[in-house]
Design a protein around this ligand. Structure first.
Ligand code: UDP
Length: 498
């Protein structure tokens, strides 16, 4: 008799590091949970190359995980050659990449057709990024299930979806000029226009950003359920709003972080896990860990703005001066400031004269890409100055590290809002790339958050972050944890559609 066909999940991430990383981790988590599945991640050739390098160093890459490149030529979409990922693209070009992603529909459809023909319809389902909503149409035409995966958290995703689908923003009567209401949220959780990214502030439903997000999010609402990289216990308000708003099953299967980093006790050194994104770090992870080993527990501030953001030139200067003034040890991931080629060389004049020499042992300046998870998992790291991208947030909270917020784009402003208002683990330093910051403010905020005095604000944030870390790590416990059980339920749903 023929061996039974394995159940095949085909994954379609959006073309950004902050999406590829959690999708790849989701594949690992599923196979860890149930090794009888087969998973294929499809994407453009460059992103498949990234994923291949990220899996190559894995000690035992699962044989059930396949990577499939789909043809894509960025030059066809008025983008520079080989622009297949948001990293390295300025904001004006990123919107072109968003629209260009729809060109994957045809080759994706052909791939699904081939798989369905060779493996029988009832053995295949799709997990697609909420930015690739058209995958739902593909699934419907083959009569297979499609699940949407939002790589954001529940609160941020709910706010993001609701804001895009309810343009223009409705100002609150009786509120300040700046305040508006986000349908689905209680009236008491007011949002402000300044929390929005510049393209959302100007969005009216007709601009190129709205045209992309409104269509893709609406299509994603037609799927068989949503997966969310969060934990049931940490975002009660966000999940309530999200579930009411999208009216689909939502499974919280986070944190999408290697189990090795979750099973360790808080504060212990976890060592190196290897590349997660296929991008070359600007420093050897071992070197980073060695540097961290020489510092006291909870003393170091880690600064990074994710995979695609950078800050303004004058902001960079003030941040450098503020770090120096704070006298706290730091690891800073730097890239050329906004308006310059992100892939280009870093010019010394972007930092204060003699900065690197002066900070010497105090700071580790890393170019472009750092082994972030290893840094956050180290006992010496005491705070994270972050753009509040959701992966960064989950990585930080899972280790009990409080956050200094500097939200930039996407749903980062709402993530920061929730971290402050709902969780109490964040102090916002500033927003965006055009704001004016001063070295005094930088140094003040860093000192508040790293301060260890009994009864102080830093202590309070650390305690709250530590409690969230406990909840997050408990969620993956076999059989008992909420994320473990949610994964069970999601896979049961997927199997029922086969
Ligand atoms: N990342 C990293 N090293 C860096 C910058 C980012 O490893 O120097 C990883 C980070 O750990 C996270 C992802 O890239 O997993 C960034 O995702 P996030 O959602 O935080 O931000 P985005 O890049 O999507 O804005």
């Amino acid at each position: 008799p023929e061996p039974p066909l394995t159940k095949h999940i085909i994954m379609l991430p959006f073309m950004a590091q902050g999406h590829l990383i959690p999708f790849l981790e989701l594949a690992h988590h599923i196979l860890n949970h149930n090794p009888t599945f087969t998973i294929t991640i499809v994407n453009t050739p460059l992103n498949i190359h990234y994923l291949r390098s990220a899996t190559a160093n894995h000690r035992s890459p699962p044989t059930q995980l396949h990577l499939k490149p789909l043809p894509f030529n960025s030059s066809d979409h008025h983008l520079p050659p080989n622009s297949e990922n948001t990293d390295g693209l300025p904001l004006t070009q990123i919107i072109k990449l968003f629209h260009a992603s729809a060109a994957l529909e045809l080759p994706f459809r052909k791939f699904i057709h081939d798989v369905v023909v060779s493996e029988k319809r009832n053995n295949v389902c799709i997990v697609s990024d909420i930015f690739m909503g058209w995958a739902n149409d593909v699934a419907k035409s083959f009569n297979i299930f499609n699940y949407s995966f939002s790589t954001g958290g529940a609160y941020g995703t709910a706010a993001y979806c609701s804001i895009w689908l309810n343009l223009p923003h409705r100002r609150l009567t009786g509120g300040t000029h700046d305040e508006f209401w986000v349908p689905g949220f209680p009236e008491s959780s007011r949002f402000t226009i300044t929390q929005l990214h510049q393209f959302l502030r100007a969005a009216d439903g007709k601009d190129e950003w709205s045209r992309f997000f409104q269509v893709q999010i609406s299509l994603s609402l037609k799927s068989n359920g949503w997966l969310c990289n969060t934990v049931e216990e940490i975002e009660p308000l966000g999940l309530e709003v999200l579930r009411n708003y999208i009216k689909l099953p939502v499974w919280c299967i986070g944190p999408l972080i290697p189990f090795k980093m979750l099973k360790k006790n808080l504060g212990s050194d976890t060592g190196v896990i290897g590349p997660r994104s296929g991008k070359q770090p600007g420093i050897r992870p071992e070197q980073c860990i060695e540097w961290l080993d020489s510092h006291a527990t909870g003393s170091v501030i880690y600064i990074s703005f994710g995979s695609q953001n950078t800050i303004g030139e004058s902001q960079m200067m003030e941040l450098a001066k503020g770090l120096e003034e704070s006298k706290r040890p730091f690891i800073w991931v730097i890239r050329p400031p906004i308006g310059f080629d992100l892939q280009g060389d870093f010019r010394p004049e972007w930092l204060p004269n003699g900065f690197k020499d002066r900070v010497g042992k105090q700071g580790l300046v890393v170019h472009n890409w750092a082994p972030q998870l290893e840094i956050l998992c180290h006992r010496a790291t005491g705070a994270f100055l972050s753009h509040c991208g959701w992966n960064s947030v989950m990585e930080s909270l899972s280790q009990g590290v409080p956050i200094i917020g500097w939200p930039m784009a996407a749903e980062q402003g709402y993530n920061a809002k929730m971290l402050v208002e709902e969780m109490g683990v964040c102090e916002v330093l500033t927003r965006g790339v055009h704001s004016r910051i001063t070295k005094e403010e930088v140094s003040r905020v860093i000192n508040v958050v790293l301060d260890k005095s009994e009864g102080g604000k830093g202590e309070d944030m650390r305690k709250k972050a530590s409690k969230l870390g406990d909840l997050i790590r408990a969620s993956v416990e076999d059989n008992k944890g909420s994320s473990y059980r949610a994964m069970d339920e999601f896979l049961a749903s997927a199997i029922s559609g086969f």
